[in-house]
Design a protein around this ligand. Structure first.
Ligand code: A3P
Length: 273
């Protein structure tokens, strides 16, 4: 009928690309893909399938601009929110201000993982891409000084307090929700319920959406509509190389002051901090 046509037209008009109301901005190897994929199961959430890397890429910003960024977002209905995840925004100091300028209501999700575990995880990713990388211990310890090699950006990303200050100087604290990575890994349902509250989306997740996949060693999802199961790709949950306890101790010692500063600025305490 004509009325139905009009309703269809109106709802179609309202389906449009929107700037993210939530950005998962870090940290790399913190479980950012897991949170994003869990969120995408929620009927009120849309998210691009890839990382957009807009706010950490000056060339993209200059040459393409925010209109391009907006076009990367999937169309959403008025009752849906758009989520983007680009974990490298975290360590790019200008990202916070730029995101704020685009949409000062953006809610931010940050995953923080044991800094040493995060570093090893990143190393596993780097070495898979570049098998000629030195062994972890040689890579992480500067051969000249014998100290932790601070020249590797990956080493410094785990020094969370170095970057968090920038975000907190731009965004109100209550616009940033922090998830401890191990807690997400072990209690995905509980963590996602907290995320629903933070994002003010309707409570959707229940126990049936998650099941522990023994062979993967991680939680996977059961898709409601089809009953099929869905795990993250093979690049998530890589086996970590064993690291000598002496090196682990040095790394823990290296991160200690950063962890203490993190506790101080967040007034939080993490199992590893
Ligand atoms: P590892 O590969 O070191 O185990 P990111 O998506 O930010 O790159 O994070 C990858 C990490 O997500 C993995 O690190 C893994 O520990 C963690 N993770 C959390 N939940 C997961 C899940 N359900 N499936 C696979 N990996 C998960």
């Amino acid at each position: 009928s004509a009325q139905n046509d009009q309703i269809r037209r109106l709802t179609m008009v309202k389906e449009q690309n929107r700037f993210p109301s939530c950005i998962i901005f870090g940290v790399s190897k913190g479980g950012t893909r897991a949170v994003c994929e869990y969120l995408k199961l929620h009927p009120d959430v849309v998210a691009p399938s890839d990382e957009i890397h807009f706010y950490d890429n000056l060339t993209l910003q200059k040459e393409k601009g925010v209109d391009w960024y907006l076009r990367q977002m999937p169309a959403s209905k008025p009752n849906q929110i758009t989520v983007e995840k680009s974990p490298d925004y975290f360590q790019h100091p200008q990202s916070a201000r730029l995101i704020y300028e685009t949409n000062n209501c953006t809610k931010l999700l940050l995953l923080l993982r044991d800094p040493v575990e995060r570093l090893i995880s990143q190393y596993m990713q780097l070495v898979e891409k570049n098998p000629s990388l030195p062994a972890f211990e040689e890579w992480v310890i500067d051969p000249i000084t014998g100290e932790v090699n601070v020249k590797h950006p990956s080493v410094m990303v785990s020094a969370y307090s170095q970057y968090l200050g920038d975000w907190l100087s731009v965004f109100p604290r209550d616009q940033i929700h922090i998830i401890e990575s191990d807690s997400l890994r072990v209690h995905p349902l509980e963590e996602m319920k907290i995320v629903e509250e933070f994002l003010k989306i309707r409570p959707y997740f229940t126990e049936g959406d998650f099941y522990f996949n023994v062979s993967r060693g991680f939680y996977c999802n059961r898709i409601r509509a089809t009953g099929k199961t869905k795990c993250l790709g093979k690049s998530k949950g890589r086996e970590h190389i064993p690291v000598k306890s002496e090196i682990l101790e040095r790394l823990h010692k290296f991160y200690l002051p950063y962890n203490q500063e993190l506790n101080r600025i967040l007034k939080m305490k993490f199992p590893w901090s």
